[in-house]
Design a protein around this ligand. Structure first.
Ligand code: SF4
Ligand code: SF4
Length: 173
């Protein structure tokens, strides 16, 4: 395994430990299977580092061709919507009928940290979690540090929008 990939897996382990720590103290935590609110309310087109894309591509390559065709069309629709200034955006990978992520094991870092990490005074929460933060019911939660994640990304170099990675892959790049 190359170094960027082993660094990514180490980051996944660190994130999983933080998420597990929060869930352990909060068995009623809102994020869970079936909740796809954040996948349906993306503030912008997802941007991925090369190593995240390499992993995500493995998940995509394992999908049936019909599912891949749906994703291709959703990817195009998202790119058009983003160019027209539409916000929020729906993740083109989301299975909208079931609310499941078809590449859950290979999902990007942002999908792993959302809802569990904060950036200085800025919470990266969905509205549902934010309401609980505001009413004080989550005052004892030890959130993950998103600034450390940003530093990790800054060291990675190449970051591209998801539709661009996808188009390059389909084009054989
Ligand atoms: S961050 Fe919010 S919308 Fe996303 S899974 Fe958690 S509770 Fe659901
Ligand atoms: S990659 Fe998966 S988890 Fe991330 S936003 Fe898309 S559907 Fe949701």
């Amino acid at each position: 395994m190359n170094k960027p990939m082993s660094d990514l897996f180490q980051l996944h382990i660190d994130i999983d430990a933080r998420v597990h720590g929060i869930r352990e103290n909060r068995p009623d935590w809102l994020c869970g299977k079936g909740c796809d609110g954040c996948c349906r309310r993306l503030a912008d087109v997802p941007r991925l580092s090369a190593v995240e894309w390499t992993l995500l591509r493995e998940g995509l390559a394992a999908l049936p061709s019909e599912r891949l065709a749906e994703i291709r069309s959703a990817m195009h629709a998202m790119a058009v919507a983003a160019a027209e200034g539409v916000s929020p955006l729906v993740c083109p990978l989301l299975d909208q009928a079931s609310g499941a992520c078809p590449v859950y094991a290979q999902r990007p870092v942002a999908c792993r940290t959302y809802g569990f990490y904060v950036q200085r005074d800025l919470g990266l929460y969905c509205r549902d979690i934010e309401a609980r933060v505001e009413d004080g019911t989550l005052a004892d939660v030890v959130w993950g540090n998103h600034d450390a994640i940003d530093r990790w990304f800054a060291a990675l170099g190449e970051v591209r929008p998801l539709p661009e990675w996808f188009a390059r892959w389909e084009g054989g790049a």
